[in-house]
Design a protein around this ligand. Sequence first.
Ligand code: RET
Length: 244
Amino acid sequence: MNNLLLAIGDVSKIATDDYVGFTFFVGCMAMMAASAFFFLSMNSFDRKWRTSILVSGLITFIAAVHYWYMRDYWAANAESPTFFRYVDWVLTVPLMCVEFYLILKVAGAKKSLMWRLIFLSVVMLVTGYLGEAVYRDQAQIWGLISGIAYFVIVYDIWLGQAKKLAVQAGGAVLKAHKTLCWFVLVGWAIYPIGYMAGTPGWYDGIFGGLAMDVIYNIGDAINKIGFGLVVYAAAVASSSTSEA
Ligand SMILES: *C/C=C(C)/C=C/C=C(C)/C=C/C1=C(C)CCCC1(C)C
């Protein structure tokens, strides 16, 4: 009990110009609220959409827990919580790949597509971690390898097998797929900017002055909550046109 009171009384101050601390705090609340929204709305959809909404909720929930720790870590150490960041990503980004698969399942998507996307996303994140945390002197090379994996993902969903399946499915599925493709092309491109802001390389003069964590936090809010809302909208659209 004493420890609890101590913990409650022990809230660190956030300076008015601490944008990183602020975005960690707001990000944490937003991820929690989004999780509640996805979990509570899940049962109002028919079965084939329920798992997709559940996965949207899991993505924001996993992020909410990590943001809780990252917010604390930043408040205590004024240092980037790189480890928690990448653990969060390595769990949530593969789940986004699962989301692509679930949406395209109605059009006959195979598990191999899902595993291919998951594999590519893990390569993208592990090489990014190596450059950001382990071999910082070679951050540009690791960033480049990570970027190649990213481009293969973009290719696969925009022009490869996933695209063909989406066209076959048509309707709400095609529409959702297209929007999610834009998230990956534009929304995910926020992260390499954060990486270049936070690591040394040829790009120092361009992105050097920006706060890496603010960029990552904005990226996460757009991509995790926005991505989930696209799936939610697809579920609403398909339930009101066909079944309801
Ligand atoms: C919820 C978290 C998401 C959607 C995170 C996505 C992260 C990326 C797309 C990261 C990409 C990177 C590169 C393309 C190159 C530099 C290293 C990374 C890992 C920041």
